[in-house]
Design a protein around this ligand. Structure first.
Ligand SMILES: O=P(O)(O)OC[C@@]1(O)O[C@H](CO)[C@@H](O)[C@@H]1O
Length: 309
């Protein structure tokens, strides 16, 4: 199975409003609730691609119960979430129906106690015994050590399991030091990490900081990968309008499924880019439009890039 870790899971709420105007009251025309947090989105897409997928992390309170009920109803993902005393956070995406722009409001999440953290580590180590790959995804809830992704990467490697890391800020910086097999930052996260807004230079720099390979999601410009075997950029055939929430998570699912299926890098990138665009076309975070995915896959263009300066 493939294991995903979402330490700061979320009940994802998507509100659609006719027009978003700060300082005014809005009448919401559509509401959607989904089990979210990056790793749960990745898990849902992996399961839809036909991979046996187990999701762990923390869930608690009424929001945690709602999240788990939706996970069981709507997905084929196996729930291995560890109970936490505080309530799982909500994240709210407000979609402006006029412009299509999305505004995201993410709560901090529940504080995790040392006992809860120890329980999680026990579950994680047990699950690694069955995992073919693990994705470590998203922000950290309060109470979790900032070098957690480095620790979880070392534990996975000790069990012979490859790691994909998708996070930002200090947890990313610290996580890279443990040499994950692949890091998947977006353009902003990459720029914040390296100080460079030139993606190729920044991705090479991120790789030098420890990751064996770096695949950066670049929105409409697709995905750029710098690896030991070469560097490539995969670009979608056209721009897509829609809600981009979760598009990066679908890309992670594409990369991870490609890794366990041992696809060549260019094919992994095509899958990631097509899934990402198909997610922008779907109404709620963490879902993808299967028809768009199938249509786009053969039309993603891959070009070689220089792996070293
Ligand atoms: O606060 P984090 O953990 O960085 O991101 C959480 C989040 O915004 O990311 C997903 C989209 O990528 C949403 O499902 C989720 O709510």
């Amino acid at each position: 199975m493939i294991l995903t870790v979402t330490l700061n899971a979320a009940l994802d709420i998507t509100y659609r409003v006719p027009r978003l105007h700060p300082h005014t009251t809005h009448r919401v025309t559509e509401v959607a609730e989904r089990p979210g947090g990056k790793g749960l989105n990745v898990a849902r897409v992996l399961a839809a691609l036909g991979h046996r997928t187990v999701a762990t992390g923390f869930a608690g309170g009424g929001t945690g119960e709602a999240l788990r009920a939706l996970l069981a109803q709507e997905t084929a993902v196996t729930d291995a979430l560890v109970p936490v005393g505080g309530a799982t956070r909500r994240t709210v995406a407000v979609v402006d129906a006029g412009t299509g722009d999305t505004t995201q409001l993410n709560e901090p999440g529940p504080t995790v106690s040392p006992t809860e953290w120890a329980a999680f580590l026990g579950t994680y180590r047990e699950l690694l015994g069955e995992a073919r790959a693990v994705a470590l995804c998203g922000s950290l809830p309060p109470g979790v050590p900032v070098d957690v992704y480095a620790r979880l990467t070392r534990a996975a490697h000790a069990a012979g399991v490859p790691v994909l890391l998708d996070t930002s800020g200090e947890p990313l910086r610290r996580g890279l030091a443990a040499r994950p097999d692949l890091a998947k930052p977006n353009a902003d996260e990459l720029a914040a990490l390296t100080g460079s807004t030139e993606p190729l230079r920044a991705a090479r720099d991120a790789r030098r900081r420890g990751a064996h390979a770096v695949a950066a999601s670049l929105g409409a410009d697709g995905m750029l990968a710098v690896t030991a075997d070469g560097a490539w950029q995969a670009t979608p055939p056209r721009r897509f309008a829609g809600n981009p929430t979760g598009a990066g998570d679908s890309a992670v699912a594409g990369l991870l499924s490609g890794l366990v299926e041992e696809l060549p890098w260019p094919d992994r990138l095509c899958r990631a880019v097509a899934l990402s665009a198909a997610t922008v076309r779907a109404p709620a975070a963490g879902e993808f439009d299967a028809t768009t995915y199938q249509e786009l896959l053969p039309h993603v263009v891959v070009t070689d890039r220089p792996a070293v300066a």
